[in-house]
Design a protein. Sequence first.
Length: 328
Amino acid sequence: MPRTALRVRRWAAIAVLGGVLAGCGTENADPDPGAPAAAAGAGALTSTEVRPIEAATRITDAKGVTVSLPKPPEKIVCLVALCDDILVELGLTPTATNSQVLAHPEFLGKEKAAKIPVVPGGFLSPEVEAILSHKPDLVIGLEDTHGKLAPALKGATTFWPVQPGSWQDSVGYLRDLAALTGRTAEGEKAEKTFRTRLARAEKEKSDKTSLIVFGSDENFGVATPETDVAAGLFPKISHYPWKSRGVDGSYSLEEILARDVDVLFVETLSFGAPDGKLSDKLAKNPLWSRIPAVKNGKVIEVDSEVWAKGRGTRSLGVVLDEATAALR
């Protein structure tokens, strides 16, 4: 897979490794933001309780980043899909974006999303001049990708670097932006909706073995819970025996076969013009056809904009709905 593909997938919290199958990623056991500490932990059911959110002009997020604004931001430029996700949850839209997640029907839909200006330069290299042309009050980007833009944006706007590693982080960012924008009721409602979805899915946990794979060609990878937010939900709702082996580790196709995967979710990643579904490409491999999920017609191509890149409560709600339906 090209080096660009490696970097793009990393921002989605999974590192693409060369070879047959690669994995990075387990569930983050950080305490649930906005919920009692007793609700935390991999084995505990998620609490549906939500603490009130108070409006604020200054917040410090779970990663220790402080954001201070003179007034609630009205113009927000999103350089990472988590930002778009949160804004939609709060009943807002970005002033400009470089994500395609807004086109999903559970967000704005294609027609409304097409009206949102796109920041040129792509995800990896958004153009500073274009960002500033929108006169934003706040710019939200991924810390390990867009942190390099901070010096160029300093003095002209406020830059908030985010780095979600778990659904708990995503909820924390939702609460923080709800406080900054004053959309506290909307933030509480969105958090409650997501927690309720997750708690329900946990109570109906499937005994089936599931797997998420991603890629654009024969070099595809396994999404594991340590660093992939969506994959972090799967040990709560199914049997998900995939653990990170570090940047140099990989899963062989024989190992995948040995795990008797019942339901297989596929994220096709496109870098340029779409050139077909990953599942269709993998179908050319005779070993692939021996996986139980493949033999039984339980291979589901999912929207990578939502599953791999969204990472907010709305995206994760879609993941839960689609995953639990397939795992019944």
